[in-house]
Design a protein around this ligand. Structure first.
Ligand SMILES: Nc1ncnc2c1ncn2[C@@H]1O[C@H](COP(=O)(O)OP(=O)(O)OP(=O)(O)O)[C@@H](O)[C@H]1O
Length: 266
């Protein structure tokens, strides 16, 4: 069953097309990966879904979610949906944190905006969320600069999933991390997806990040979808030469993917 359906989505900057009439859907509980090289329009597509485009960008088309076209939703309603229905994790996790606020304060601000819980219930919920992403509850009192990149990205994921959204949009969440931390984040997302049943829209330029996790793959090039389908078909029998190029690039990079979980100490 489809959770979100994108129909002829286009994004333009001052009349110049960046994303060109793309259509794909995300099923309930499905992990859909959007792959393509830098500049192919992946992030712009992800941002368009939650009305997060820069002021000079214009989106057209339809993004159907539970009977609404997200592109046409009044901003107030869209703000309510962000976090509760669709949530984001970004590559630039550092930028999502205010340096002089503790991790606990970040949770607190978010909880106060969306929930009506007592102070102690908020703290308990936040600490449980930290534990759910493999962090110690004591991290609650730390400042962002006292955490590693991988730990901070885990906090971003805990925050993004706090309100149990239907869809997590993960825009290159591992790009700024070393390969072992990246692997751990991918494993974490996979296990959280199983626990919560959320769908994941995973944006990446690196097909190695896709092969263990995605159900379906959408390949973008210069703002267009050149191919989409089940992972086995795309990886095993790509139809488009560009997809083959991405596969070749991924297999020529002898990095530490895929590692087995037990080889990676926590
Ligand atoms: N606000 C903007 N104004 C004008 N052009 C933009 C804007 N944001 C993005 N672009 C352009 O749109 C194109 C697609 O950008 P996008 O960030 O979606 O690429 P991407 O596939 O996510 O690349 P990467 O993997 O490097 O993040 C690029 O050519 C980019 O320069």
């Amino acid at each position: 069953m489809s959770l979100l359906t994108i129909n002829n989505l286009s994004v333009s900057a001052n009349g110049a097309a960046i994303v060109k009439k793309i259509s794909f859907s995300i099923g309930k509980g499905e992990w859909v990966a959007v792959v393509g090289q830098s500049g192919s329009g992946k992030s712009v597509t992800a941002s368009a879904l939650g009305q997060l485009l820069g002021p000079n960008l214009k989106a057209e088309g339809e993004v159907q979610y539970k009977g609404d076209n997200l592109l046409a939703l009044p901003l107030k309603k869209m703000r309510k949906l962000r976090g509760t229905s669709l949530s984001y994790v970004f590559q630039d996790y550092q930028g999502s944190f205010t340096p002089f606020l503790t991790i606990g304060r970040h949770f607190d601000e978010y909880q106060k905006a969306h929930l009506s819980l007592s102070r102690s219930a908020r703290k308990q919920q936040a600490q449980e969320a930290l534990v759910s992403v493999g962090l110690k509850p004591e991290m609650y009192s730390r400042y962002p600069f006292q955490l590693s990149g991988g730990q901070l990205q885990r906090v971003s994921i805990a925050l993004a999933l706090l309100l149990r959204p239907d869809l997590l949009i993960a825009d290159e969440p591992t790009t700024a991390l070393d390969s072992i931390s990246s692997f751990k984040i991918l494993e974490l997302l996979s296990s959280l997806q199983k626990q919560t049943g959320c769908s994941i829209l995973f944006i990446t330029h690196d097909l190695r990040h896709v092969k263990n996790y995605a159900d379906r793959i959408v390949v973008m090039k210069e703002g267009e979808i050149v191919e989409q389908g089940e992972k086995a078909q795309i990886m095993g029998k790509p139809k488009h030469p560009y997809t083959q190029l991405l596969i070749d690039a991924a297999s020529s990079l002898k990095a530490s993917f895929p590692l087995r979980s037990k080889e990676v100490a926590k």
